[in-house]
Design a protein around this ligand. Structure first.
Ligand SMILES: Cc1cc2nc3c(=O)[nH]c(=O)nc-3n(C[C@H](O)[C@H](O)[C@H](O)COP(=O)(O)OP(=O)(O)OC[C@H]3O[C@@H](n4cnc5c(N)ncnc54)[C@H](O)[C@@H]3O)c2cc1C
Length: 262
């Protein structure tokens, strides 16, 4: 049996229960609070651990880009069973946009030569939902999105890709980058033994320069994007009430057809 190496991208985010605030000048989320493992990424960690279990041999490693050397979220994923982590953290990275984030993650992943890269379909905080696809493009690997299940068969990957009406069956060669839909597996709770073991697992901290990036290529200087405005989401309007006069079902069907839901 060939050992399987899976890299999981894990974003560490402010606790959604206490998400902090936006910086009024840069309009980005203030991330100088304690960060936690994004729940969206706990599904990727679980899927990766299950794939390595199924392969019989191999390991799951993590990559994360986060400010202030933050490791709390990594500790959770290591306690779940990942073997080690690479943490990209550097004051120069403040202001990095999605593409810069993807470039740094791709550079950290490249050296590890994984069989498979797993990421969340979209993160729970300032999500753009583009980072996994950008990583695939940068590494010149196939990209499969919105996976609800992943199976490895030799050098082939078989993915059930979630759609509005069910799923598509996708096959592609390995190595590949797969983004995982939230909620598709039950992430394991770290055991006490896992939590203790995580304390001695290696976390390799890298700066932008370690990954070959100059200060003009990262952070605000390297960003091709600018956040020009942040607005509150519109409040939800009251729905239409349909009184059943004997023809209520027809009105509901007509409404659903108009919304292209049936
Ligand atoms: C102009 C600009 C300035 C910004 N400045 C900052 C800043 O100063 N500080 C800051 O923290 N953010 C900043 N951001 C946000 C930063 O760009 C996002 O962290 C980045 O775009 C990726 O997050 P996402 O939620 O959009 O990824 P998505 O594409 O929604 O995430 C999908 C998956 O990709 C993976 N992933 C995404 N981000 C990471 C990560 N950081 N580490 C590991 N895996 C990851 C995860 O698996 C995640 O589930 C800025 C954005 C812009 C546009």
């Amino acid at each position: 049996m060939t050992p399987m190496k899976v890299v999981v991208c894990v974003k560490q985010i402010p606790d959604p229960a206490d998400p902090g605030a936006l910086d009024p000048e840069t309009r980005t989320l203030k991330r100088d609070v304690k960060l936690i493992l994004d729940e969206s990424d706990s599904y990727g960690v679980e899927m990766a651990l299950q794939l390595v279990d199924a392969a019989g041999e191999g390991e799951v490693t993590l990559v994360s880009m986060a400010p202030n050397g933050e490791r709390s979220g990594l500790a959770t994923a290591l306690a779940m069973g990942a073997a080690s982590a690479t943490l990209i953290s550097d004051p120069e990275l403040v202001g990095s946009d999605a593409l810069t984030t993807a470039k740094l993650l791709a550079a950290a992943i490249k050296g590890q030569e994984p069989d498979l890269v797993i990421a969340g379909a979209e993160s729970s905080d300032g999500y753009t939902g583009v980072v996994p696809e950008m990583i695939a493009a940068l590494l010149d690997l196939p990209s499969v999105t919105a996976a609800k299940s992943i199976e490895v068969d030799g050098d082939e990957l078989k993915v059930k890709r979630q759609t509005d009406g069910g799923y598509d069956s996708i096959e592609c060669p390995l190595p590949a980058v797969v983004s995982v839909t939230a909620g598709v597996v039950e992430p394991r709770y770290p055991s006490f033994k896992g939590i203790m073991a995580a304390k001695s697992k290696p976390v390799d901290e890298k700066s932008a320069a370690d990954l070959g990036f100059g200060s003009d290529q990262v952070g605000w200087a390297g960003s091709g994007q600018e956040i020009v405005e942040v607005a509150n989401a519109p409040t939800r309007e009251a729905g239409e009430i349909i009184e059943d006069d004997g023809e209520g079902f027809a009105k509901i069907v007509a409404y659903l057809e108009k919304m292209k839901l049936i």
